[in-house]
Design a protein around this ligand. Structure first.
Ligand SMILES: Nc1ncnc2c1ncn2[C@@H]1O[C@H](COP(=O)(O)OP(=O)(O)OP(=O)(O)O)[C@@H](O)[C@H]1O
Ligand SMILES: [Mg+2]
Length: 254
């Protein structure tokens, strides 16, 4: 996935300025940077959620396999099918069963599946999300009855059920305990083989554990966010080029 010269505005206020980043398949990319520098905005632009916010606008291109997701001939639902999103706070449909939560995205994206196909999708998606063994005997119980970490993995399974090419994750572990966090990190590393993953995280250890590529966002006082530096995660942490990257990854600010 390729983001090319992305700028974003809320009303008159510009919050991103010509941000470009290639997010290769098979690689986990982490987006880091202080609060308010535009990471979530950038992520929302990658799956056409930014345009849902009243007064929000953008410029630039988001290309996946040579197709611009903002091309006038393309529908928003096609982008959503290809590009899933997992949020900071687990958001399953609480009264809906675990089973129905997993397949909830199918009808929303206009995909049809018979019972056997759904059964298969539920099992494989829950397995890929690392949740199957914990819930396989209670698929008919409500999603809201799971622990926070389980709910987040349920949301990952729900995203995976529509077989996206890209999975965007906005601070997916920040509401979770260390054990659940580890399980989700392991899940991400497994998934990365066939889904392109982009994760926003404030946890520098997490960025180092899960990502092979890293981009550092920064919005200097009163100016829109930019990518100061990006590259291999090891290099970003061990030998960053920009002194602001060095200060940030070493906890000097943000
Ligand atoms: N719905 C909105 N309306 C107006 N301004 C917004 C909206 N959402 C975000 N902003 C502004 O856009 C800028 C970027 O916000 P964004 O949420 O993308 O930052 P972030 O890097 O994700 O921060 P955090 O690490 O705190 O999540 C901020 O200045 C924020 O106040
Ligand atoms: Mg954010």
């Amino acid at each position: 996935m390729d983001a090319r010269t992305i700028s974003a505005w809320f009303g008159e206020r510009q919050v991103l300025d010509r941000v470009s980043l290639t997010m290769p398949a098979g690689v986990v990319t982490s987006l880091i940077g202080p609060s308010g520098c535009g990471k979530s905005t950038f992520l929302r632009i990658l799956n056409r959620m930014h345009e849902l916010i009243p007064g929000a606008s953008l410029a630039g291109e988001v290309v996946i396999d040579d197709d611009d997701i903002y091309d006038a001939s393309r529908r928003v639902v096609d982008a959503r099918k290809q590009i899933g999103m997992v949020f900071q706070k687990p958001n399953p449909f609480p009264a809906m069963s675990i089973y129905d939560n997993v397949v909830a995205g199918l009808s929303l994206t206009g995909m049809r599946a018979d019972r056997a196909r759904k059964d298969h999708l539920v099992e494989t998606s829950l397995q890929r999300a690392g949740l199957w063994n914990e819930v396989k005997d209670r698929l008919r119980q409500p999603g809201g009855g799971l622990s926070g970490g389980q709910q987040q993995r349920l949301c990952i399974a729900r995203s995976l059920a529509v077989t996206p090419r890209v999975l965007l994750m906005d601070e997916p572990c920040s509401a979770l305990d260390p054990t659940s966090t580890r399980v989700i990190e392991e899940t991400m590393l497994e998934l990365a083989r066939d889904v392109t993953i982009v994760i926003v995280t404030h946890n520098m250890q997490q960025a180092q554990r899960v990502s092979q590529q890293c981009a550092f966002f920064l919005a200097a006082q009163g100016t829109p966010g930019v990518i100061v530096e990006h590259g291999a995660t090891d290099a970003m942490f061990d030998s960053p080029i920009d002194p602001r990257t060095y200060d940030y990854v070493n906890g000097r600010f943000g």
